[in-house]
Design a protein around this ligand. Structure first.
Ligand code: AKG
Length: 345
C-alpha cells in the first residue's frame, strides 16, 4: 500500500512522538494496579458479540457487522471490551450506516483503550495539526473539537473513523494492511533480524505544512504526557507486540518511517530495509482489506498492528470524523508470538 498522496496526517499518532521503546505500564484488571516491570498478558474475547450477524472480510484482516448499531452496545462494558479485543485481533472492524454522534464516538474511543488496559495517562489524541484550529466543524451545529480530526477532501491505538459524506462520483475507499501477517510472511531468519531492529519514525510534514500556511501546531497536551514537542521523531521497535492479542506485528514501515530511518545501520542498508518492508505491505494484496464507504459507515482499527491509506481517486466532496484513543509506548516482548503461531495456522 503506497503512502497516501494527500495526507500529511495519515499517521499512527501514538507512534510518532514517544521518545523510546520501553516496557509499558499496564493496568492489571484483577488488582487495578499499574505494573511496569512485566509485559501485559493478552486478553481473551468472551463471545458477547457472537449473537450479532458478522462476517470476516478476508481471512487475515477485517470483520464487518452489517446490522449492529454501536450505540446499542456503548453502555455494555463487556461488549465494548470484546469489541476492542476483536478489533485488535482482526485489525479493523466495519459497521454500516451508524447513528453514533461525535460525543459518543469519543466515549467509545476512550472506553476501547481503557477496557483493554491502556495507561491511565493516555486519553484521546489531540492532533498537532489536524485540530480545531483548522476551523472545520465536527457537526452540523458548528462545534469545534481538538479531540476530533476532521478528514476532509476540501482542505489516525484505536482509531474510529465515521465517514459522513461520500463522494458523489465513486472512490475514496480506504485500505488497511495487516502488520501481523506481514511479520508472518518473513522468513524465520528475517523475523529474528527484524526483532533486533529499531526504527526512527519521523514526520517532517507537520512543521512544513504549518510553516507554509502560518499555522500553529499544538506542542503539549496532545493526549498523553509523552506526546509533546515539535520534532516528531521517536525510535521504536521494528517488531511491536500488541498488548491485547500478544501478537507480533511489523511496525516500523510505511508512511511513518518514509522520512525516518532504521537505527544503527548504514544509510544504504536503511533504505534497502525500508523499501523491502514497504513492498511487503504494499504489494501483497492478500494481507490487505479494502473498504468501500457508504454514508455514515464506521471503521475502527488498531493502529498498533495495521497500516492504512485513503485513496485519492474521486472528484466530489468526502468528509468524516476521526477519534483516536492513545495507547501505550510501543514495546517488543521477546516471549510474544506471531499471529499464525498463536492461532496454530
Ligand atoms: O480518509 C481515510 O479514508 C483515512 C483517513 C486517515 O488516514 C485516518 O483517519 O487516519
Amino acid at each position: 500500500m503506497a503512502p497516501s498522496a494527500t495526507s500529511a496526517d495519515i499517521q499512527s499518532p501514538a507512534s510518532i512522538t514517544v521518545k523510546s521503546p520501553v516496557i509499558p505500564e499496564s493496568k492489571d484488571h484483577a488488582t487495578g494496579l499499574t505494573k511496569s516491570a512485566s509485559y501485559p498478558n493478552p486478553l481473551t474475547y468472551s463471545g458477547t458479540l457472537d449473537s450479532y450477524e458478522f462476517f470476516d472480510v478476508t481471512s487475515v484482516i477485517g470483520r464487518e457487522f452489517p446490522k449492529l448499531q454501536l450505540t446499542e452496545i456503548l453502555h455494555d462494558d463487556d461488549k465494548i471490551k470484546d469489541l476492542a479485543i476483536l478489533v485488535s485481533q482482526r485489525g479493523v472492524v466495519f459497521f454500516r450506516n451508524q447513528d453514533i454522534g461525535i460525543e459518543d464516538q469519543k466515549v467509545l474511543g476512550q472506553k476501547l483503550g481503557e477496557f483493554t488496559g491502556k495507561p491511565t495517562t493516555s486519553k484521546l489524541h489531540r492532533h498537532a495539526l489536524s485540530n480545531s484550529k483548522r476551523g472545520i466543524a465536527v457537526d452540523e451545529h458548528g462545534k469545534l473539537d481538538d479531540e476530533v480530526s476532521v478528514i476532509s477532501s476540501e482542505v489516525k491505538d484505536y482509531a474510529i473513523l465515521k465517514i459522513i459524506q461520500v463522494p458523489e462520483d465513486a472512490g475514496g475507499d480506504t485500505l488497511w494492511a495487516s502488520g501481523y501477517e506481514a511479520f508472518d510472511r518473513l522468513s524465520p531468519t528475517w523475523q529474528r533480524f527484524a526483532e533486533n531492529l529499531t526504527a526512527t519514525h519521523y514526520q517532517p510534514n507537520f512543521n512544513k505544512v504549518a510553516a507554509e500556511h502560518s499555522l500553529e501546531l499544538i506542542d503539549a497536551d496532545r493526549g498523553a504526557p509523552e506526546n509533546t514537542g515539535l520534532d516528531f521523531t521517536a525510535s521504536h521497535p521494528m517488531v511491536r507486540t500488541n498488548p491485547v492479542t500478544g501478537w507480533k506485528s511489523l511496525f516500523g514501515t510505511g508512511h511513518q518511517v518514509h522520512a525516518g530511518w532504521i537505527d544503527n545501520v548504514t544509510e544504504t542498508e536503511s533504505e534497502i530495509i525500508k523499501a523491502y518492508f514497504l513492498k511487503l505491505i504494499a504489494e501483497n494484496h492478500d494481507l490487505q482489506v479494502r473498504f468501500r464507504w457508504t454514508k455514515n459507515d464506521v471503521a475502527i482499527w488498531d493502529n498498533r498492528s495495521v497500516f492504512h491509506t485513503a485513496t485519492n481517486d474521486y472528484e466530489g466532496k468526502r468528509q468524516g470524523n476521526r477519534v483516536v484513543s492513545l495507547g501505550e509506548k510501543p514495546f517488543y516482548d521477546p516471549a510474544s508470538k506471531s499471529r499464525r503461531e498463536a492461532l496454530g495456522l
